[in-house]
Ligand binder design. Structure first.
Ligand SMILES: [Zn+2]
Length: 303
């Protein structure tokens, strides 16, 4: 996959996608190769883009932004060997913590409508259906969509094979919408949030999980490169798997242009440290205390 040839158009970014501030004067973090960099990126051949951080809202983005000529290069289909049989098993605890949190934010009642953007195999749809939601979903990848229907028995009229940019739903239709690890892959996450807000009822909740731009591990990697007088950074992967185009901070949502929502709840997930596991006892509590975990989870309430 990594060796696949890809053609890109490079777009200059003039305004921050989330807060709308001019990118002129934003902080330049460093260069990012179109492949994994390792300890000596300066010895590797490839294309680099400049990675920047919005000084207003903390959004990390690449400038220019590489857009593949063929978008399927990025949505890429996983090979058959990717599928393991236990992917198709439904775990009773799936989305359980999120449902508990959601129940604190809106009182869950039978017959509420939900939408999972980037539904994958439809596991969240199953979890929400089981507690009485009319669960809908959107999934842009053909193999995931096919298997959600054939292996997970998702009803075809509830799941659309489409991107969030393509679909349309009625205004004020949903009580709950989620973007699970989706926004960092979109070229225009701000518009995607605004579209979803239109489909959401006032008082409804959007759940978002994204990579955090304050992740401690990236800061350590960048410090390592700085000590070596290298101008490379570890943030993002705009031209290789997993194709992350953005990292977000809480401020990216607080200062989101023309927003019609408030932040109802947020938390950081520590997840992986990518450091030797004997350091976990030290690093994980530190990340928890300082809000420098890998993933940022925000719950937005439409006003
Ligand atoms: Zn910004």
């Amino acid at each position: 996959m990594e060796e696949k040839k890809m053609n890109y158009i490079f777009n200059t970014i003039e305004y921050c996608n989330m807060c709308g501030s001019e990118t002129k004067g934003h902080k330049i973090l460093g260069k990012r190769l179109n492949r994994s960099q390792g300890k000596h990126p300066e010895n590797k051949i490839g294309i680099t883009v400049t990675i920047c951080k919005c000084t207003n809202c903390g959004l990390v983005y690449s400038n220019p932004q590489p857009v593949p000529v063929n978008i399927q290069d990025h949505y890429g289909t996983p090979p058959e060997s990717y599928w393991k049989s236990d992917y198709f098993k439904f775990d009773e605890n799936y989305f359980k913590n999120e449902i508990e949190r959601l129940n604190k934010l809106i009182f869950i009642r039978k017959g509420m409508n939900s939408l999972d953007i980037g539904a994958g195999l439809g596991k969240q749809m199953i979890a929400l259906s089981s507690i009485g939601f009319n669960a809908y979903g959107i999934e842009p990848s053909v193999p995931f969509y096919d298997r959600a229907i054939s292996e997970m028995n998702i009803e075809a009229d509830r799941l659309k094979l489409a991107t969030v940019e393509e679909v349309e739903y009625s205004e004020n239709f949903f009580d709950f919408i989620s973007f699970g690890v989706v926004l960092e892959h979109l070229y225009d996450p701000s518009t995607a949030i605004n579209r979803a807000m239109r489909w959401l009822k006032p008082g409804g909740i959007i759940h978002i999980e994204v990579p955090s731009s304050d992740w401690l591990v990236n800061k350590l990697i960048n410090l390592y490169y700085t000590f070596k007088f290298s101008d490379y950074v570890g943030n993002l992967s705009p031209m290789h798997i997993p194709f992350h185009l953005y990292e977000f901070s809480l401020k990216s949502f607080e200062l989101h242009e023309k927003k019609n929502y408030e932040i109802a709840f947020y938390e950081y997930y520590v997840c992986k440290t990518f450091l030797p596991s004997y350091l976990d006892f030290l690093v994980k509590p530190l990340m928890k205390r300082t809000n420098t975990g890998m993933q940022l989870c925000v719950w937005l309430r439409k006003i």
